[in-house]
Design a protein around this ligand. Structure first.
Ligand code: PLP
Length: 407
């Protein structure tokens, strides 16, 4: 099926800009944050232009509009990510806060000395540090399942490390460094059979619209709006309502209570019990507009387009002498991280930037992964469905020239 990328690009105002260097923007930093379609920008603008009011509180018309907009967005997000029926979405600041919510609320209530939290060697800090903090406070232990040479999860090691002590398994659906897509249906099933809670960090998979987020037996799904073409500062934790209702709030304040007296406070059911204070209302509405936008994209065609771009990118990178790509798992999102012998990633990024190409360098908030790869910094090109073959070709040409200058 053909995919009209030029038509899609017109929906994203930032993509057609000319930079201060006089170059046209080539945006290959989508894993850090994605660009926003006009409909998202307009939804946020419309909220502040017309409907701005606090939610769930006042009887006036604007408050009604704001509340309806916020709750309608929640319903759209739940539907888009397959969180119907017993599941619901708690609004958070992003995947990081979602994982912190799970670790602080569920973790501190349920973990104890001798318990284990099983993660993988390819996690982002957002799926390491909150669990480390919960482990320190409860006496539980963080256990790490290893990887194979191609950057895929070592399933044998995972199985060996899954034990009666494993109270929770928390894994990235897609690695932000290697692009590896983990088989969360299989991992989730093993976790379920083991009696472990299963948490998925879907921050990097959600923007690529992989269908299986909802088909896996997940207890917690964490994701960020800004990586899914929505605003920054908004995300969701999707979880079974009954599980959320069994968890204590981890922040107190307005909007999450039933009754407050000097003696004691009672809390509202989920999701409100985890949404203390005035939330990011405009962000939630923008995130709703982003899932509307994603719903209008042909998922199969978008994935085929991204896959073709990734293959072209990897083929081009393989031609560059001294370049090593990290992560060649069979199932990957369109992310390519690489190192070039004798060349510092920041120098590469500066020369690419002079050509208008935006990439990211550094440890990508995955220091333990980089340490295990014996690298301190990688250059990462991360693509979205609005990128083009011409951009990939231009990137390879520019990188090749940069390497020749720097070597
Ligand atoms: N998990 C993964 C795999 C990520 O790549 C990121 C961000 O890059 C996060 C979690 C954290 O997302 P956020 O910074 O939006 O909270």
């Amino acid at each position: 099926m053909s995919f009209d990328v030029e038509k899609i690009r017109k929906d994203f105002p930032a993509l057609s800009q000319t930079l201060e260097s006089g170059r046209k923007l080539v945006y290959f930093d989508n894993a850090a944050t994605a660009q926003k379609p006009r409909s998202v920008i307009d939804a946020v603008c419309a909220f502040y232009s017309r409907d701005n009011a606090n939610i769930h509180r006042s009887a006036h018309e604007l408050a009604g509009r704001a509340t309806r907009g916020y709750e309608l967005s929640r319903a759209k997000i739940e539907k888009f990510f397959g969180a119907g029926g017993e599941y619901c979405a708690v609004f958070t600041r992003g995947a990081t806060e979602s994982l912190n919510l799970a670790a602080c609320s569920w973790g501190l209530q349920n973990l104890k000395s001798g318990d284990e939290i099983l993660v993988t060697a390819m996690e982002h800090h957002a799926n390491i540090v909150p669990w480390q903090m919960a482990a320190e406070r409860t006496g539980a232990k963080l256990v790490v399942a290893g990887m194979l040479g191609d950057g895929s999860l070592d399933m044998e090691d995972f199985k060996n490390k899954l034990s009666p002590k494993t109270k929770i398994v928390s894994v990235a659906h897609a690695s932000n460094v290697l692009g590896t897509v983990n088989d969360i249906a299989a991992i989730g099933e093993m976790a379920r059979q083991n009696g472990s809670v299963f948490s998925v960090d879907a921050a990097q998979s959600a923007p690529h619209m992989l269908d299986d987020i909802s088909s896996a037996p997940c207890d917690f799904i964490s994701l960020s709006g800004h990586k899914c073409f929505g605003p920054t500062g908004i995300g969701v934790l999707i979880a079974r309502r009954s599980l959320l209702d069994s968890m204590p709030p981890y922040q107190g304040g307005g909007d999450m209570i039933e009754n407050v007296s000097w003696r004691r406070t009672t809390f509202r059911p989920a999701p409100e019990r985890f949404e203390a204070g005035t939330p990011n209302i405009a962000g939630a509405i923008g995130f709703g507009a982003a899932v509307d936008y994603m719903s209008g994209i042909d998922k199969t065609a978008a994935r085929a387009h991204e896959r073709a771009l990734l293959e072209r990118l990897v083929a081009g990178l393989s031609e560059i002498r001294g370049l090593r790509i990290f992560g060649s798992a069979k199932e990957k999102v369109a992310v390519a991280s690489f190192a070039i012998d004798g060349v510092h990633p920041n120098d590469i990024a500066s020369l690419l930037d002079a050509d208008g190409i935006a990439v990211r360098t550094g440890h990508h908030c995955a220091e333990p992964l980089l340490t295990s790869l014996d690298e301190f910094s990688l250059t990462r090109a991360s693509l979205a469905f609005y990128n083009t073959e011409e951009e990939v070709d231009f990137f390879i040409k520019s990188l090749d020239r940069a390497v020749k200058i720097l070597k």
